[in-house]
Ligand binder design. Sequence first.
Ligand code: NAP
Length: 296
Amino acid sequence: MARILSGTELAQRMREEMKTELADLKRMHNVVPALAVILIGDDPGSVSYVKGKEKACAEVGIAVRKHKFDADYPEKDLLVLIRDLNNDAGVNGILVQLPVPDHINEEKVLYAIDPEKDVDGFHPMNIGRLMIGAPGYVPGTPHGIQQLLVRNGIELSGQHVVIVGRSNIVGKPLALLLVQKKKDANATVTLCHTGTKNMGEITRLADILVVAAGRPHTVSADMVKQGAVVIDVGVNRIEDATKKSGFRLIGDVDFEPVSARASAISPVPGGVGPMTITMLLHNVIKAARKQRGIAQ
Ligand code: NAP
């Protein structure tokens, strides 16, 4: 059976390291990094994600300034708020919880955030930096996947990484991150999507297979090479009458049969999810250091 790549355990270890770093920052520089979180509307998923981020920030010692608005909050007011937060030296990072309601142009909002405070790494400036291998803010999910692999001793250099999914927040930035001629990267990367023909032929070539399709059963055991490492990014709600909530979470990969073929696999939940939030914390600390001129 495959080794389980626990994001929960690694995230906890990394957060312990961050606690120490933040205690030092406070003691030596009187700096407490601050993250502004903007939540519009009451989509249950978004509310729960924001709660998770607030909790994680509190746990390590990052201050959160939450700005919560009704679903009809006007776009122009949001843009003014972002401008004010960009100019507020007491705020190191700005996060707008996505998706925003339909009347708000997501692109306009993301472009309005100062790239130096863009701790989600979604601003085109940071995506561009990622593409050319320049320092910037890397989006949390791809960065978390890279850390989950590297800190579990899984070599990336020279490996064939196949990614299923080409979204701007997972598949594409992960490909950009892992293809760099750098330490903890230098992989050969293939991206698959709904236009890919005979996907199984490609996924079976993967030394490391990352699945971010958002659909249960996207990858079955026959699509995985014996001994491959499998990272399941998908989070899908499945009805389950035995649960109090009425549902449970599963990934995009058929976990049991794929575990029997893979050498290592990340679970859902408890795999990539906790790593994503941890790398957000990492970006907030990095932003605070950078803005205060304190060496990383
Ligand atoms: P997305 O924007 O919907 O993108 C999904 C991608 O997968 C698209 O590129 C799509 O192809 C491709 N795809 C879908 N079904 C496919 C199939 N059957 N075969 C091949 N490709 C397929 O989703 P996302 O935002 O990247 O998220 C993906 C999943 O990861 C979701 O379940 C999401 O909840 C989860 N997620 C988890 C975390 C975490 O921290 N754990 C973070 C982010 C996302 P096309 O481009 O051709 O449509």
